[in-house]
Each structure stands twice: as C-alpha cells, then as structure tokens.
Ligand binder design. Structure first.
Ligand code: ADP
Length: 542
C-alpha cells in the first residue's frame, strides 16, 4: 500500500542509515581517533607554552649577561643569586677561556658540587674542541627566531641522574671582538618540584572548570625518554600508560609529554559512547515504530469510515427510492380508478401505508442519528410499564411480521418493575432489532421477543433463527454505517445505522447491549437496563 510505504520507508531508511553510520563510527574507531586528535593538539600547545615560559626565564638572565671582555665572575654570581632557577652560568671566550660559576650557596652539597665540576669540565672540553662548529650551529638556530641551543645534561645524584637542560647562546662583543658562548643550566630540583608540576596543573585548568572538574578529565605526565617512572605529573595523576605522547625538542630535549584520561581509557569512553548511541537509536526506533503504527491505524480507520459513509449514501438513496416509487405507482393506479374491486383498493392503500411507514422509520433513524452525532439528542424519560410498552409495540407490527411468514413468540414475565425510560426511543430500539431479525433470516423464519428480570436488571431479548453473525463482527455491527459482507445483507436494504442507534439509546439509559450469535445459528440481541434500587421508605406518609 503506497501510504504505508510512504511512512515506513523513510523511517526505516533513517533508522538503517543511523545504525550503519554508528557501525562505521565503531569500525573506524572514530570516537577514539577524535579524542586522540584532541590529545595531540593539547600536547602541541602544551609544549609551545612550556617553551615560552622557559624562554622567558632564560631571557631574564641572558639579557643581563656580561659582555665577552668584561670581568664576569662577579656579574655571573650576582645573576645566579637573584635567579634561583639557574644552577650554573658560564661564558666561554676563545681568547680568555671559560668562566664557569655555580650557585655559591649550594656548593656545600656534595651532589651539587659533583654536578658543577662535571658540567664545567664537559663544557671546557667541548668548547675547546668544537667552538667554531658550535657558534655556527647556534647562529643557525638564532636565525630561526630563538637564541638558545639546549641540550640535556644528566647531573649525578648519588647512583641516579637528574634531568638538567643547559641552554647555550651567543654573546656578541659590542666592541667587535670575538663572539663568546654563554650558558645557563637550569636547577634540576627547581624544574622537578616547581616548574613542571605548576605548568602541568595550570595547563589543564585552562581547559576545564576548576570548581567542577569533569568526571573523566585529562591528566598529564612528563617522562624522561626511555624511562618508565615520571619526572613530574599532574596533581591527580593516577598512573597507567599515556594515550598520546609527544617528544619534546626545543627547551626540554629528552623528555616526553604524555596525556591520558583519569579513571578511564579512551577505549572505554568510545565503547560507552557506542553503547549509549545504540540504546538511544533503539529507543527512538521503538518510538518511531509506535508512532507509525498509531498513524496507520488512525488513517486506515478514517479511510474505512469514508468508505462506509459512501456506502451509506448509496444504500440510503436506494432505500428511499424503492418505497417512493411504489407509493407513486399505487397512488397513480388508485387515481385512475381502474381497479376492479374494493378489496384490491384496500390492499393498495395498505401497501401505500406500509411503504410510508418504512420511509418514516428510515428517516427517523437518520434524524436520530444526526442528532446523536451533533450531541443534540434529547431523551424524555418517563415512568413506564415496560411490559406494556413492549406488548404494544409488537402488537402494532405483529400483522406485518406474520405477513413475512414469521412465527412470533412473546415471553413477557409478570410483575416487572416500572422504569424511567424514553418510550419512543425504547420502542424504536425494539423495532430496529425485530426489523433486523426479519431482514436477516432466510428459510427458518422464527422470532422470539422476551422480557424478564435478572437480578438488578431488566432484559429485553430478540432472538431469531437467521443467518447469524461471525464472532469478529460482533463489535463492528454496533459501529455507525457498518454492514456485514454477507451476500444476504448485501442484497437487503439497510443504512448500517440501526444498531449504532440502539446502542446509543441503551447507553443513554445506563444499560448495555450485546449479541450472542454465530453464522447459520441465528442471533440473540440482549438489551440490559438497570433497575434502580427502591427508594427507602422514610416513615412519612405521602
Ligand atoms: P442495517 O440493518 O441497516 O444494515 P444495522 O446497524 O441495523 O444496519 O445492522 C448492522 C449489520 O449487522 C447488518 O448489516 C447485518 O450485517 C448485521 N445484523 C444486524 N442484525 C442482524 C441479525 N438479526 N442477523 C444477522 N445479522 C444482523
């Protein structure tokens, strides 16, 4: 059906495409890749900022460095005293030789003394050997924008080594003499205990709200290349392997900056994302399917109703036409006065009366129905002897029923209570039921109307030996316009309004109607009307 396809196809495509998309995200590990890309960016920015800070510290000292020809020991000592992050400072002038100074206050520490002696010796040997190449190398770096050539020195600390970057730079002689090479060695303990931890902590605080740290926030670590234990880490570093790493070059060669998520892994995050996405998609699909089901059900009901309405129009016009043309035919014949005997005339009059009664019954049904539909139907409830009402109604139609060849049985119990009902409406309900029994009976023409009391209700029953109604139609026959697909029903006149009217009327009386029937077994329609409890006697005479 095109309508169903028009709704189901786009929805199914949407769900399928989303599922495939999610699957490809999972297969390509796209979530993990995106997080890792983010990590690499953080690391690159981190290195840049760390270099920047280190350059600022180095510049502080370099710009105050003595010129190549000046006597510089005192100047270097002063510089070291006022810049505690530097452990050693030196100046190598090829003409004068090496002036190497270390922080005087720390020289009484054996480790520091060894570090100072080692570095001084190494620098002197290196400068003597390689001065021209070094100058060339530093000039090249200078041209690229930073004045420093930094190498990593591993300062002895007992049986271990401390990481110590040493920055070399060119110190040009304003008087035009030879260029000297200046050097600043960072203090390893300052870097390890203050510079690195501060930097690692502030770096991530920029990215997240310090008041409310995210649950799975990132943590950073600095590890000397080739070693496993960290040199420094974020305050809440929880161990484990970094998810992304970057080998530092410019100011901190030999170190690797790593990043990972605290308390979880990128893989777990990716898995969690996939699971929750599939769950959301599943829930959405269920909602969508429910919505589609409701829409289709509604639409098919509306379409069914539209079909029933158009059937109704053709049925009603047909039902109006037949009695009208009969009335006209017989009236014309009477007018021409060509009939032989009085008996014939009487029969013609009877036919005209019968057909007009059928017409008015049909029109009454339609009028009642339209009043009910518009919510304007009013009932006139009066205290009534139901037994009398049923008896009189049947009496008025007994002749007609028997004319159709029906055996009519009447079983009305004695002593039935009086009820407040709309007499006309109840009589019309009974007539509709009786009429249906007459219409929908084939050979076995039998009809029984019973009225009796059962507990706190009154039952009005119409039973026939007619064609019967299949189980699946027991509810539908009470809907407006509904007519069964049985061939006999098809050839019989009807509007499909009768039973829906009866149901309305019965419900307006707080009662109910039900049917007991099977194809070929006849039908029994039972109207149940509640008997109100008797008003308690209050002891006062009326
Ligand atoms: P109508 O008789 O005008 O078609 P109703 O609302 O009175 O409309 O009845 C609805 C349908 O219920 C009928 O078309 C018929 O198929 C079925 N029906 C009603 N009464 C009987 C009955 N006594 N025996 C068999 N079928 C019946």
């Amino acid at each position: 059906m095109p309508l169903e396809l028009a709704i189901i196809l786009p929805a199914a495509t949407l769900i399928l495409v989303s599922a495939l998309h999610l699957r490809s995200i999972r297969q390509d590990r796209a979530v993990e890749a995106a997080i890792e890309r983010g990590f690499n960016e953080v690391l690159a920015i981190g290195e840049k900022n760390m270099n920047q800070q280190a350059y600022e510290l180095l510049d502080e000292i370099r710009l105050r460095f003595p010129a190549p020809n000046e006597a510089c020991s005192v100047t270097l000592d002063t510089l070291l005293a006022s810049h505690p992050y530097a452990a050693h400072a030196f100046l190598y002038d090829p003409g004068v030789g090496m002036v190497f100074r270390s922080r005087p206050l720390r020289l009484n520490e054996p480790g520091f003394r060894a570090e100072s002696a080692d570095l001084q010796k190494m620098m002197e040997d290196w400068m003597k050997l390689d001065y021209p190449t070094l100058v060339e190398r530093i000039s090249k770096i200078e041209k690229k924008g930073t004045p420093y050539f930094v190498f990593a020195n591993w300062a002895p600390r007992g049986d271990k080594h401390a990481y110590q970057p040493v920055a070399l730079f060119l110190q040009h002689d304003p008087a035009g003499g030879e260029t000297a090479i200046g050097g600043i060695a960072f203090d390893p303990e300052f870097l390890r205990d203050r510079f690195f931890p501060n930097f690692l902590d502030t770096m991530l605080i920029h990215g997240s709200n310090p008041e409310q740290p995210e649950k799975n926030h990132a943590v950073l670590v600095l590890v000397p290349r080739g070693e496993s234990s960290p040199l420094a880490a974020s305050a809440d570093w929880d161990g484990g392997t970094p998810e992304a790493e970057r080998n530092l070059e410019a100011v901190f060669p030999g170190l690797t900056l790593g990043i990972k998520l605290r308390g979880t892994t990128v893989e777990a995050l990716g898995r969690h994302f996939m699971i929750s996405s599939f769950l959301v998609l599943g829930a959405l699909s269920v909602l969508l399917a429910g919505g589609i089901w409701l829409t289709l059900r509604n639409v098919s009901r509306q379409m069914e109703l539209a079909r029933l309405k158009s059937d109704f129009v053709s049925n009603v016009s047909h039902e109006l036409r037949t009695p009208l043309s009969l009335i006209r035919l017989y009236a014309e014949t009477l007018e021409l006065d060509r009939l032989s005997g009085e008996e014939k005339r009487q029969e013609y009059f009877r036919i005209i009366r019968k057909e007009s009664e059928r017409l008015s019954a049909l029109i009454n049904n339609i009028l009642d129905f339209s009043r009910i539909e518009a919510g304007r139907k009013e009932y006139d409830f009066r205290d009534t002897d139901i037994a009398d009402l049923v008896r009189n109604t049947l009496e008025a139609y007994r002749y007609q029923i028997q004319q159709h060849g029906f055996t009519l049985e009447e079983e009305i119990a004695d002593d039935l209570p009086r009820l407040r009902v709309d007499r006309e409406a109840i009589a019309r309900s009974l007539l509709n039921l009786v009429n249906n029994s007459v219409k929908y009976s084939a050979e076995d023409k039998f009809l029984r109307v019973s009225l009796y009391r059962e507990n706190e209700s009154l039952k009005l029953e119409v039973l026939d030996h007619g064609i019967g109604i299949p189980r699946n139609e027991h509810r539908k026959i009470f809907e407006k316009f509904y007519r069964s697909g049985d061939p006999l029903v098809h050839t019989t006149k009807g509007s499909g309004l009768g039973l829906s009217l009866v149901r309305h009327i019965v419900e307006a009386h707080q009662g109910e109607i039900r049917v007991d029937s099977a194809p070929g077994q006849g039908s029994r329609f039972i109207i149940t009307l509640p008997i109100p409890p008797p008003v308690p006697y209050n002891g006062r005479a009326a």
